[in-house]
Ligand binder design. Structure first.
Ligand SMILES: [Fe+2]
Length: 175
């Protein structure tokens, strides 16, 4: 994948995220964090970095249409766009599987590493999203907030990602 193709993917996705959230919160916070951690994990796990980046960029675009069905919708929007633009066509099946299964409810030992990485990056992003933390701290008691952190931590399954999350939970506890 070349840089022009990457920019095309970003432009395509940003349109959906702007529709969903005109103040760019999803694009600048959530998607930025998922991409960052997905790349970190891809390097550690020796996985396909280009494929994972495109999957990370596109994984939530379906939310602009429906939250409940967003994985499926993201997948079909991504498929049409990537085929039309001839982007990563030879790896399309795995890329779409990453998007379709990015929720932790599809967590399974048998999943390909790229799928696991997107699931883990999506969960990790929460721990580094300052707005999410502020909102949770405001709305929840201290105990409930810690409970929520632990519940979210259960979604992190890769050892490489667990290390990142453990460090961040310590930082959050001291903040
Ligand atoms: Fe997400």
């Amino acid at each position: 994948m070349n840089i022009d193709q990457l920019r095309k993917v970003e432009y395509f996705a940003k349109n959906y995220y702007d529709k969903l959230n005109p103040n760019e919160r999803i694009w600048k916070d959530h998607i930025r964090l998922v991409r960052k951690f997905a790349q970190e994990l891809a390097i550690i796990e020796n996985a396909d970095k280009d494929l994972i980046d495109v999957a990370a960029i596109l994984h939530d675009i379906g939310k602009a249409v429906s939250h409940a069905e967003h994985s499926k919708i993201s997948c079909s929007l991504a498929k049409e766009f990537l085929l039309n633009n001839k982007i990563l066509e030879n790896r399309l099946d795995l890329l779409l599987e990453c998007i379709l299964k990015h929720s932790s409810r599809y967590s399974d030992d048998e999943n390909r590493v790229e799928v696991k990485i997107l699931q883990n990056a999506d969960a990790l992003a929460v721990f580094f999203d300052e707005r999410w933390q502020e909102k949770s701290k405001q709305e929840l008691s201290k105990d409930k907030y810690q409970e929520l952190l632990q519940k979210t931590k259960c979604k992190v399954t890769l050892d490489s990602a667990k290390k990142i999350v453990d460090k961040q939970i310590k930082t959050l506890k001291n903040s």
